[in-house]
Write a protein that binds this ligand. Structure first.
Ligand code: NAD
Length: 498
């Protein structure tokens, strides 16, 4: 039977929510019973109290992670043994899909259809993908002189800390923990204080799947937990997804402690370039609204195509098509399966995005949206918002908003589009729409971005493709076999045979 709003709401009412940290192989309160309130952005209601970890829990979790790594139950398990556990974990996540989706929706305000059909299945798939990969990757035998044997083998690094944001709470975490655990590391996960619940819940499923004690631990809390992990001398690698400002602090802490390896996945202001010979303008408009994720996931998407660069001769037509798309994304109750736009993460973020809308009203032309919606609910909703900018100077056209606000920016010649696209501190993603593939491809080669789509946006975002940014969008790549390199040491062994 297809679930309705009523059935999801009934399940939400009886959902049992775990808010404790997961240290060693059990749930526990933070020292002194320290905790913080976790509210739902859907209606502002209290979901539960969550353990507020601090220096004591970081110290304990790192010590346990180090012991588990040195003990070798996981690090020295064969790839095939690790694969079996990770596949069991993925199967348990699939079995608990609706529970996890509901938790994610209540905690992060995301539409239930997105979490139940998108995010949580993608978490299970991510685990399956890395589980299946690790026992198929051969190491290297190096051509060398006859009396020597040269080998290059991969080994886990040791204790990995992962610090993640709130926009895809469990999926961003899985992009770190799946490859790091597959490679044999022990991992400590620090979820965002704004969306800690699914990370806490999956720890128990990992234990049920057979992860040895101390291999996967979860420390909910605020930035101080992340800061302590970044500064800890016994954390070997830190994988971070979040803002550039926090990324800078983490790099400083790593430099001032043990020079731990740091991987950063940061923000974006991605250009979506539509040339006059775009083969299908209505499709480009739909993609600009949905697939470019400017209105899906409430625009809280690092790779959102938030700058729509349009060749001037088609600007009016594309703007009109986009204006028509706004109706599709009017904010609704996230528990209603037909809702496509849910709640922003919290009041602070709503106010921040409203600040951008206010600056857009001064510096550009508002074509639609811009109003707070569903205020009666007690949650944090904003209409999908569309601006026309005369050029790329307005603040809304340059800075990451991380909300449902799209800026249309005109250009004259294709090379102008490349210049505008690259005139950004970020370089996460981009797209080019043109019927002339040779031209689109030539432009894509000039774009300084980790991913470029041609005649589509955010399609085929599969585990096979590396994802990450140029410039201040970060370093390293999540997903694909390249992600395993982030969590592995390469060991060269040279043996004289006689
Ligand atoms: P944020 O930097 O505020 O927080 C991210 C995480 O860092 C949270 O868990 C937070 O508690 C922790 N943190 C805060 N201060 C810290 C400190 N001093 N040391 C260590 N950790 C600390 O970011 P956010 O608001 O949660 O997320 C939004 C940002 O994330 C946006 O810029 C977005 O573009 C980016 N993002 C990037 C990707 C990507 O793959 N490139 C994906 C999703 C989000």
């Amino acid at each position: 039977m297809t679930a309705t709003r009523t059935t999801w709401a009934a399940r939400a009412a009886t959902l049992s929510i775990e808010g404790r940290a997961f240290i060693g192989d059990e749930y526990c309160a933070a020292s002194g019973g320290s905790h913080f309130a976790c509210y739902s952005p859907i209606d502002g209601s209290l979901l539960t109290q969550v353990a507020r970890c601090g220096a004591v829990e970081v110290e304990l979790a790192v010590r346990i992670a180090r012991l588990s790594f040195a003990g070798g139950d996981w690090a020295c398990a064969t790839p095939r043994e690790r694969k079996a556990v990770l596949l069991r974990w993925a199967a348990l996540i699939e079995a608990h899909n609706d529970e996890l989706a509901l938790l994610e929706t209540l905690d992060a305000g995301k539409p239930i259809t997105d979490t139940s059909e998108g995010d949580i299945p993608a978490v299970a798939y991510c685990l399956q993908w890395f589980a299946e990969a690790i026992d198929k990757l051969p190491d290297e035998l190096i051509p060398s002189e006859r009396d020597f044997l040269g080998m290059v083998t991969r080994e886990p690094i040791g204790v990995v800390a992962a610090i993640v944001p709130w926009n895809y709470p469990l999926l961003m975490a899985a992009w770190k923990f799946a490859p790091a655990l597959a490679a044999g590391n022990s991992l400590i996960l620090k979820p965002s204080e704004k969306s800690p619940l699914t990370a806490i819940r999956v720890a128990e499923l990992g234990r049920q799947a057979g992860l040895p004690a101390g291999v996967f631990q979860v420390l909910p809390g605020f930035g101080e937990v992340g800061q302590a992990l970044a500064a800890h001398p016994d954390v070997d690698c830190l994988a971070f997804t979040g803002s550039g400002a926090t990324g800078r602090r983490i790099l400083h802490a790593a430099a001032d402690s043990n020079l731990k390896r740091v991987w950063l996945e940061l923000g974006g202001k991605s250009p979506n370039i539509v040339l006059a010979d775009c083969p299908d303008l209505p499709r480009a408009a739909k993609a600009a609204a949905a697939a470019a994720a400017i209105y899906s996931n409430m625009g809280e998407v690092c790779s959102a195509g938030s700058r729509l660069l349009v060749q001037r001769s088609i600007q009016a037509e594309l703007s009109e098509l986009l204006r028509n798309e706004l109706a599709e994304y009017q904010p609704g109750d996230p528990l209603n399966p037909s809702t496509r736009m849910g709640a922003l993460i919290d009041q602070d973020h709503l106010q921040r995005v409203q600040g951008f809308v206010a600056s857009g009203r001064r510096e550009a032309e508002l074509l639609g949206g811009g109003q707070v919606a569903r205020a009666h609910s007690g949650g944090f909703y904003l209409e999908p918002t569309l601006f026309a900018c005369a050029d790329q100077r307005p603040r809304i056209a340059r800075e990451e908003i991380f909300g449902p606000v799209l800026s249309i920016i005109p250009f004259d010649e294709p090379q102008d589009a490349v210049r505008l696209a690259n005139a950004s501190e970020f370089g996460l993603a981009a797209a080019v729409w043109s019927a002339d593939f040779a031209q689109a491809h030539a432009l894509s080669r000039q774009l300084r971005a980790g991913t470029v789509w041609i005649n589509c946006y955010d399609e085929l975002s599969d585990m096979n493709f590396p994802f990450g940014g140029y410039k201040q969008s970060g370093n390293g790549r999540d997903n694909s076999l390249h992600a395993l390199e982030k969590y592995s040491e390469l060991k060269t062994t040279i043996a004289r045979l006689r």
